[in-house]
Design a protein around this ligand. Structure first.
Ligand SMILES: Nc1ncnc2c1ncn2[C@@H]1O[C@H](COP(=O)(O)OP(=O)(O)OP(=O)(O)O)[C@@H](O)[C@H]1O
Ligand SMILES: [Mg+2]
Length: 252
């Protein structure tokens, strides 16, 4: 269980996050939504230990996140893996897809070469990456294939929590849905908790049970996605309104 306790972040006197607090139970899925600049990625980076909060703390199954460069850091973070937006930084452009997916096994486990190979093939198949692509470099993959490779790389060490930041935002609607279906099936299969960050509220109901709505670094509300439509909060309603307008636009 992920326990976010009163996280705040200030950068150069500017408040980026203010008192963010929630818990994410084992096997459950939480969406974090909000407009651009609301602090979603900053929160993701703090959870991943890539940035430090100004105050507050993060616990996973009751254990606080260890400091960087400590012995506990590696094993604590093995439980939490992340997939970020399709950026050049996600996969090393000089490595083959096979090597990229294998890499966390080399860092985080003591598995032998042959066992690693079996797992790489298993996870490539799980995420629907055709075998021949494993010998390609990232630049030869489509956006959807690239994100599948990133998901395989994150899940191969069997984390308990997967943090996804805008991982379908660059994809067309059809590929968005195949990735979301993939996450749903993997979540069920691996008892995975999911933190799914997106500015696109329309993606939420099919994937996540709960939604955290953020604005200007603050929590607007935490609500079950089934109850989104009856939210009393004007900001949530305005986000929903935007989604509906877009939907109407598409259907005409
Ligand atoms: N290192 C930094 N220095 C200064 N300001 C920062 C820094 N990192 C983030 N910010 C600011 O913090 C705010 C939140 O940024 P963040 O990237 O977390 O938003 P976001 O919700 O992920 O937006 P998007 O939907 O566009 O990805 C923004 O105003 C941003 O300019
Ligand atoms: Mg972001």
């Amino acid at each position: 269980m992920l326990d976010i306790q009163h996280i705040s972040k200030r950068i150069a006197f500017k408040s980026i996050l203010e008192d963010i607090h929630f818990t994410l139970q084992t096997g459950r899925s939480l969406a974090v939504v909000g407009e651009s600049g609301s602090g979603k990625s900053t929160l993701a980076r703090i959870i991943m230990g890539l940035e430090r909060p100004t105050s507050g703390r993060i616990l996973f199954n009751g254990v606080p996140a260890p400091e960087r460069k400590t012995a506990e850091f590696k094993s604590w973070y093995q439980q939490i893996q992340f997939v970020f937006q399709n950026t050049a930084a996600s996969l090393d452009p000089r490595m083959t897809i096979f090597q990229s997916i294998e890499e966390p096994l080399c860092h985080l486990t003591k598995l032998r070469k042959n066992d690693r190979k079996v797992l790489v093939h298993e996870y490539a198949a799980k995420v629907g990456l055709p075998q021949p692509l494993l010998s390609s470099v990232p630049s030869h993959l489509s956006g959807g294939q690239y994100q599948r490779a990133c998901i395989a790389k994150a899940l191969i060490v069997r984390p308990k929590l997967l943090v996804c930041d805008e991982i379908v935002s660059n994809l067309d609607v059809i590929h968005q849905h195949t990735i979301i279906e993939l996450l749903q099936s993997l979540q069920a299969e691996q008892q995975l908790s999911l933190l799914f960050i997106t500015h696109d509220l329309s993606l939420v109901p099919s994937l996540c049970e709960d939604v955290l709505v953020m604005k200007d670094g603050r929590m607007v509300e935490l609500i079950q996605s089934a109850l989104l439509n009856s939210s009393q909060h004007p900001y949530t309603a305005s986000l929903l309104g935007a989604v509906k307008l877009l939907g109407q636009h598409w259907h005409h």
